[in-house]
Write a protein that binds this ligand. Structure first.
Ligand code: PXG
Ligand code: PLP
Length: 439
């Protein structure tokens, strides 16, 4: 059935995720099709995708190569059991991922989402320590403002209060976040100040004892919290402290993975290699659910060779390594490679930064941050109504023909890596008009 403004679906049954349901259903925004850099809304308008969907459609929409690979796989082997049985394309996809992975992270565990990747990585970290006789290492260190999905492991490591406050959590503690507009406002790229915040980890070690800590989990660039690039030297410092205390370092690359910064992964961009890396989203260009945990070979070997049990690791999903998702993933990697999309964000980064920082004269704008093809713009909150101005900006931007994200009063953009210079201009000039018109 073709939907349009006069022929809308019944909205009542679907309980929408991370959505103000009552507000949305009173004034819905429906997307009905997509191609290349654009969505089409149900009133027929084209909307330029400034967010790669939800940070996932890195090669743009409606790629025929992916559609063909998916159709072919569906008709060849639509599903096969993932436990105690294998199918070739899952092995092929893992091999292809290992080839683009940061140095040494060449063992791959498949999941279906970023949330599952994070929970899986935490279990691997704990299994690793146990296999080495350090089973008391079960606590997790995360960071304020961190987003690691919505599983119980991910919300425990995460640092967003609304995602945590209602639930019992796993043992975890948190470093301070690195957002410091007083010292770093309007930095281009990495903020100069704040590497010393990594020393919070030393304090948590002093408080808890290193022998109780399993893993430190951070986004190399915090995404959901409003695009927070790490201070110069910060990630290096975390790596050093983890090494000194036998704590595993997990980079959550669900957003930064697959070319967002101008390298396949942020670990490569920063020259800092984690022990585990969680991914999802761009792994299939967002077209089918899939995630993967990349594991340093020694960590894998310690678990897999460190146990006499026939089954070394009691974990997995019905759809781990789903053949159709693997087909989508292999076709996606082909596109990324063939079209140079792993490095395109680096080629555009200066243009992107110039265009964005051109907005700094707007009275409501209190900070602008950028890295690769990510951007965060902070607006001064309305008195007594935090988040209202950001939400109004998102709605106005959509009406003006661009899709952006708002988290509180921070506006985020992360366009597909195929974005043109003219489309960058359109995104930023529309943002200028939208922000200028806000009350
Ligand atoms: N880790 C990170 C770093 C993420 O950004 C997840 C884990 C969870 O992935 P799944 O696939 O379970 O959603 C994410 C997801 C936004 C936004 O605009 C961000 C995400 C998802 C939806 C919206 O802030 N990140
Ligand atoms: N709940 C029940 C009753 C199940 O049988 C299963 C899987 O067999 C699950 C949950 C887990 O589902 P999944 O493997 O898709 O995560």
């Amino acid at each position: 059935m073709a939907y349009d403004r006069d022929n809308r679906p019944d909205l009542s049954a679907y309980w929408m995720p991370f959505t103000a349901n009552r507000q949305f259903k009173a004034a819905p925004r429906l997307l009905v099709s997509a191609s290349g850099m654009h969505y089409r809304a149900d009133d027929g308008r084209e909307v330029l995708d400034g967010t790669s969907g939800l940070w996932c459609v890195n090669a743009g929409h409606g790629r025929p190569e992916i559609a063909a690979a998916v159709q072919n796989q569906l008709m060849t082997l639509d599903y096969a059991p993932s436990f105690q049985m294998g199918h070739p394309i899952a092995f092929d996809f893992a091999t292809a991922l290992a080839q683009i992975a940061p140095e040494g992270l060449d063992r791959i565990f498949f999941t279906n989402s970023g949330s599952e990747s994070v929970d899986t990585a935490l279990k691997i970290a704990m299994a690793y320590h146990r296999a080495r006789g350090q089973g008391q290492r079960t606590k997790i260190v995360g960071r304020e403002k961190g987003y690691h999905g919505v599983g119980f492991g991910g919300i425990s490591a995460g640092g967003l209060v609304n995602n945590r406050r209602l639930y019992p959590l796993l043992p975890a503690d948190h470093m301070r976040h690195t957002h410091d507009p007083a010292r770093n406002a309007f930095s281009r790229g990495l903020p100069p100040h704040g590497a010393e915040l990594a020393d919070d980890l030393e304090q948590l070690i002093a408080l808890h004892g290193a022998e109780t800590l399993a893993a430190v989990v951070v986004e190399p660039v915090a995404g959901s919290a409003g695009v927070l690039p790490p201070p110069v030297g910060y990630l290096e410092r975390l790596r050093k402290i983890c090494d000194a205390h036998g704590i595993l370092l997990v980079f959550d690359e669900v957003i930064t993975g697959f070319g967002r910064l101008g390298a396949p992964f942020a670990g490569q961009y920063f020259g800092v290699t984690p022990d585990l890396m969680t991914t999802a989203k761009g792994i299939t260009n967002g077209v089918l659910p899939m995630g993967a945990v990349f594991v340093r070979r020694e960590v894998h070997d310690a678990v897999v060779n460190g146990s006499d049990a026939a089954m070394e690791f009691f974990h997995g999903y019905t759809y781990s390594g789903h053949p159709v998702s693997c087909a989508a993933g292999l076709a996606t990697l082909d596109i990324y490679r063939r079209e140079g999309l792993f490095t395109r964000a680096g080629e555009l980064a200066e243009t992107w930064a110039d265009a964005l920082h051109g907005l700094r004269d707007l009275g409501l704008v209190t900070d602008i941050r950028n890295l690769g093809l990510m951007a965060g713009i902070d607006l001064a909150p309305r008195a007594e109504a935090p988040g209202a101005r950001g939400y109004a900006a998102m709605v106005a931007a959509f009406e003006a023909g661009i899709l952006i994200r708002a988290t509180g009063d921070t506006l985020a953009m992360s366009p597909p890596l195929i974005v043109s210079h003219a489309q960058i201009d359109q995104l930023v000039s529309t943002m200028r008009a939208v922000i200028s018109a806000l009350d």
